[in-house]
Design a binder for this molecule. Structure first.
Ligand SMILES: [Zn+2]
Length: 109
């Protein structure tokens, strides 16, 4: 009966959004340059994002930023990228999943 609160739009602008899935992929792909980084990643996966110390957070944040810079979508320059996991696709395909689907559409027409 009434009183319905507007459904809250979850504002997940936090940089850690999708981080665990992303780190799992990096471990799978053995993309860590340092064992210490992989150690932190494993800790985050098992204990959660909040288990990071400030120092660890800085390390992982840098790692993520480096990855984003290294892999940028050829077509949208990462404008269409909404989750960290998509950078894995860019690493493999050179473009993000959104641009990939647009491209597929054009190719079919
Ligand atoms: Zn793109």
């Amino acid at each position: 009966m009434g009183g319905a609160k507007e459904s809250m739009i979850i504002n997940e602008e936090s940089w850690t959004y999708g981080l665990i899935d992303f780190l799992e992929k990096l471990i799978e792909r053995e993309e860590f340059e340092k064992d210490s980084h992989m150690g932190i990643a494993k800790q985050i996966i098992s204990k959660g994002v909040k288990s990071m110390s400030d120092k660890q957070e800085l390390v992982i944040k840098n790692l993520v930023n480096k990855y984003k810079k290294k892999y940028s979508c050829d077509l949208c320059l990462n404008d269409n990228v909404t989750s960290l996991l998509e950078y894995i696709d860019i690493a493999d395909e050179g473009i993000c999943p959104t641009c990939e689907s647009v491209k597929q559409k054009y190719m079919r027409e």
